[in-house]
Design a protein around this ligand. Sequence first.
Ligand code: SAM
Length: 216
Amino acid sequence: MDSTRLSERHVMVKEQLEKRGIQNPWVLQAMLDIPRHFFLPDDQHLKAYEDRPVPIGQGQTISQPYIVALMIELIEPKDSDRVLEVGLGSGYSASVLRRVVKEVYAIEREPLLLEEARRRLERLPFGQIHLRSGDGTLGWSEAAPFDAILITAGSPRIPETLLSQLKVGGVMVVPVGNREEQKLVRVVKSSETHFQEKELMAVRFVPLIGTEGWPQ
Ligand code: SAM
């Protein structure tokens, strides 16, 4: 893997992730290995390892490194897992996920971002990530059920169709709130009809736009 800017990634992992309590060794290793700058537009390269979200075009952002690590840690990933990400964006968090689980499915509603991410991911040696363009609030029924679902955009509520595409015992992590501010929520599907929800920290994501998200 590209070792360029490795020293910046060491600092990012130590200062932004480990010091805030991220412990999953595979997540930490993946974020050390994967060149985050590779996922940013040229004019944003210098900001790749800063402790904040960065614009990726089309009014969208790549999430702060800590939030990427936290969301993946919260699903308690296992190497046999099949995981759906709604909000592929730059492809960075899907790449981190792909290093720690067996199969990743990712949906993006902005066609231009999807094509840019597809081109990047084809050049990375991580194995395939299944990509789809469209409204991720409706999920990916042909590939369901998933062990975990990550929603990397802010939703007005927990999208029910996505809950139905989660395995019993599976975990969803989703920011829920208004368009400006949300709470990160971890949902465990304890049976076909029962869910345990836990509200975690305050976060700020771009809106999840779609049938079970916000209107355009
Ligand atoms: N995970 C991304 C990364 O690593 O770069 C960052 C995701 S960005 C914060 C949120 C993304 O969700 C945006 O690219 C946006 O276009 C996308 N999005 C919003 N609503 C969506 C929907 N209904 N289905 C799929 N993608 C959606």
